[in-house]
Write a protein that binds this ligand. Structure first.
Ligand code: PMP
Length: 424
């Protein structure tokens, strides 16, 4: 982020917009509806018909009643196969010799992971470390604190910004690493420097949240290979409403305990949603195998192709939105956006910029201390930096909502910025 607070008159922006609708542009949530356009174009290829007799059992089993032998006893075989296949094709995670656990969104898997880590220490020992501290470098995904603490568990406790976490007596802790990060889009590594500690003494227990480690948002630089990696159907394909996520887990015992958590919490995960996820993931993988050409990655539209490569298509849409947003705020330095270095993407075989799911907009104008409140005067609803343990000078704007909202956002920002230019 350009770190420059410059001064000029900070006039209230009321009525600086004049788009026809005058409606509120709500970009507070990261609702990934922008991908609807792709799924509309694919016609029936993403559709799924589930016969009345299917998915009736609590267990994952075929119609003859043969059960899936996986540790995750409620995981549909097709779903697991398609998860492994898409990671192999995209190259964003190692899945060989790893366990897959399906969850009701990755938010459930996050809870399963902190539960499993906490239970890896005996509960009845006199020096038991519970509640175990859970930390994440600020700015962090705003849901983590509440999701960690809402049950007031004796097993774990949210301790905020990992940058300021010291802990005591080499206590074990859980660190979350969201990469690319929500809200600011940067690639991240763990920040608490205790990884050399002996097992059981000050042990770092890491959860990598890879919700956005997909080619439409960032360069795929290497297959991730960490102890517990979380992925979500919501941000990869846009199907947030199906509530499907998955974890790629190295350790068998951890995978078993996470599965146990989901058994206790919801007795498994909707089979209907898993089957739908399998179908959608299959459609995407097919689209990647049918259409992998450099021209398409660079923005050209597939001409007579049957199925456009999902990631190429989604990435082009993201690139266009980011270009327009950067253009709208450029020149007078009232706002700034983070800059992301170009990196080589193994998936596309090209150097590419990052186009994060959220824009982390910073107000640079002297006298304005709260970016989200300022934007709300333009009737643009965003999430303020404080909710992420960060600065109120920043606000998070969703870049993955429907096109008309993004158009209104850009129109309002451009109108406001050009009205400022005229006054200068
Ligand atoms: N992790 C991160 C970083 C997210 O941004 C989100 C969704 N906003 C989630 C997890 C939750 O995803 P899901 O819809 O799968 O629960």
């Amino acid at each position: 982020i350009v770190n420059r607070r410059h001064s000029s008159s900070a006039t209230a922006p009321k009525a600086a917009y004049n788009d026809s609708s005058d409606s509120v542009v709500n970009l507070n949530q990261g609702n990934p509806t922008m991908f609807e356009t792709y799924w509309r174009k694919t016609g029936k290829k993403g559709d799924l018909l589930i016969p009345g007799c299917r998915s009736m059992s609590y267990f994952a089993e075929d119609l003859a009643g043969t059960r899936n032998q996986s540790i995750c006893w409620f995981m549909e075989k097709e779903f697991e196969e398609e998860v492994r296949r898409i990671h192999d094709l995209v190259g964003n995670a190692v899945t060989e010799d790893r366990y897959i656990v399906v969850g009701t969104g990755s938010v459930q898997l996050y809870q399963a992971a902190i539960y499993a880590y906490a239970l890896s220490y005996p509960l009845d020992a006199p020096d038991s470390p519970h509640p175990i501290s859970v930390v994440c470098a600020a700015p962090y995904y705003s849901a983590y604190p509440a999701v960690t603490d809402y049950l007031k568990s004796g097993l774990y406790k949210w301790k905020g910004d990992a940058n300021s976490f010291k802990g005591t007596n080499n206590e074990p802790y859980i660190e979350l690493i969201t990469s690319p990060n929500n809200p600011d889009g940067f690639i991240r590594e763990p920040v608490v420097n205790r990884h050399g500690a002996e097992d059981g003494e000050g042990r770092a227990m890491l959860i990598h949240d890879y919700a956005y480690y997909w080619p439409q948002y960032t360069a795929i630089t290497a297959p991730a290979d960490n102890d517990i990696m979380l992925f979500t159907f919501s941000k990869s394909t846009g199907h947030a409403g199906s509530r499907i996520g998955w974890a790629v887990v190295k350790d068998r015992k951890m995978a078993e305990t996470m599965t146990k958590f989901i058994e206790l919490n919801t007795i498994g995960v909707s089979k209907d949603s898993q089957l739908r996820a399998a179908k959608i993931l299959k459609t995407i993988s097919d689209s990647c195998q049918q259409n992998k050409s450099d021209q398409l990655w660079n923005g050209a539209v597939a001409a007579d192709e049957k199925l456009e490569n999902f990631f190429y298509c989604a990435r082009n849409l993201m690139a266009e939105r980011w270009k327009r947003l950067r253009n709208a705020i450029k020149d007078n330095g009232f706002f700034s956006l983070p800059e992301y270095p170009k990196k080589f993407c193994n998936f596309s075989g090209q150097f590419t910029e990052a186009y994060p799911s959220f824009a982390w907009l910073k107000v640079e104008e002297e006298g304005i201390e709260d970016c989200a409140s300022f934007l709300s005067e333009l009737k643009i609803l965003t999430r303020g930096g404080k909710e992420f343990g960060g600065s109120p000078l920043c606000a998070r704007i969703s870049m993955v909502d429907r096109q008309h909202l993004i158009d209104l956002l850009i129109e309002r920002l451009s109108t406001f910025i050009s009205s400022k230019r005229k006054c200068e």
